[in-house]
Design a protein around this ligand. Sequence first.
Ligand code: NI
Length: 200
Amino acid sequence: MQDFNKSDKALDFEKGCVIDFDLKTGLSSVVDTGKRYLSQMKGMFYEDAAYRAMLGKKDELVYEFHGLKLPETSGDLAFGCSIVYPGKVGDEYFMTKGHFHTIMETAEVYYCLQGKGYMLLENPEGDWRALALEAGKAVYVPKRYAHRSINVSPDEQLITFFVFRADAGHDYGSIETKGYRKLMVERDGQPAVIDNPKWK
Ligand code: NI
């Protein structure tokens, strides 16, 4: 179908635009993704020896996501897809680093397009939950909760579409230094939540 009175710019956040995101891959023909390789995830997985052994073999792509160059105002909405690849470091599933928003009082929505996984939520006071995601389910990440997507499928990508207030900002540092209180690992072939032995 054709657009009518479309802006000349492909990404026009002032006048409106349409962007494609493939339902199977999460990728777009007009915006690139940022990529996180295993080598960029140092210290994020709890089994350091398993991490080093795996990295010694191959620097695998763990996840990628869109970072659209939107105006970072409170009235704009940032959005894109997050794609977490299947895999494990030891018995811990591939996941995103996870982050708080710099403006803590900002929420986010993730709508799952494909795959099987969890959104792990945790606030500074220690309240947490792990909410199951599969195609067709949307998770609401409330204000003040760090969020991390975890792919528990052995062979499928976990693809989610996210939307949040464009000026919210990302605080990765808190998770990188303290870690998450809870982790998701495979136990007897099933996802399980454990306490993070490395949590500070
Ligand atoms: Ni976020």
